[in-house]
Design a protein around this ligand. Sequence first.
Ligand SMILES: Cc1cc2nc3c(=O)[nH]c(=O)nc-3n(C[C@H](O)[C@H](O)[C@H](O)COP(=O)(O)O)c2cc1C
Length: 173
Amino acid sequence: MKDFLIVYSSKTGNTEKIAKALYTAAEERCDIATVHSAAATEKYKVIFAGYWVDKGEPDKEAQKFLQTLTEKKIVLFQTLGAEAESDHGVSAFANTGKYLNRRCKVIGTLSIRGAIDPKLIKGMLKMPPGHPHAPTEESKKRWLDASTHPDEYDIKKAESYMRKFIAFYDRFY
Ligand SMILES: Cc1cc2nc3c(=O)[nH]c(=O)nc-3n(C[C@H](O)[C@H](O)[C@H](O)COP(=O)(O)O)c2cc1C
């Protein structure tokens, strides 16, 4: 019987990489599924729910999955184009809470930067000045900085997160 289930939503592969790093580090304690193929969640003690940040919120597929959970301990993990530990990242976690049943409990969070889909950047580069998503020097730098993530360090961070989480879980739960 596995204790943990990782369920993730990923459009361009960033969140999937983090989900797989978590899974590898959890060794035999964990199962993994996409939001489209999520197995029954009841038998697991903790659900690791992964999503990509879409306009400051979990993406739509993840929103649907999160709403199916009741009375669960949950670890949220997210990838986003902004800096992982930014205020925007924290807000995204807070917004994710809207999709959780009140009897669920978030017992951990992990935020990792992820490259932004080049198709989205191409579209934003065409936005006229004054448009909220029109390119600025600051936004272009942000897109460039994000473009190499998740990198090797991010993968190691996710693996280390899972190992520490398991030690914490075994001691306190
Ligand atoms: C439509 C769209 C909206 C996005 N909105 C945000 C956002 O509000 N904040 C942010 O930091 N990143 C945003 N991003 C960037 C993604 O969250 C980031 O690239 C993520 O790592 C993608 O994960 P995936 O490869 O698993 O799909 C957005 C990307 C897309 C395509």
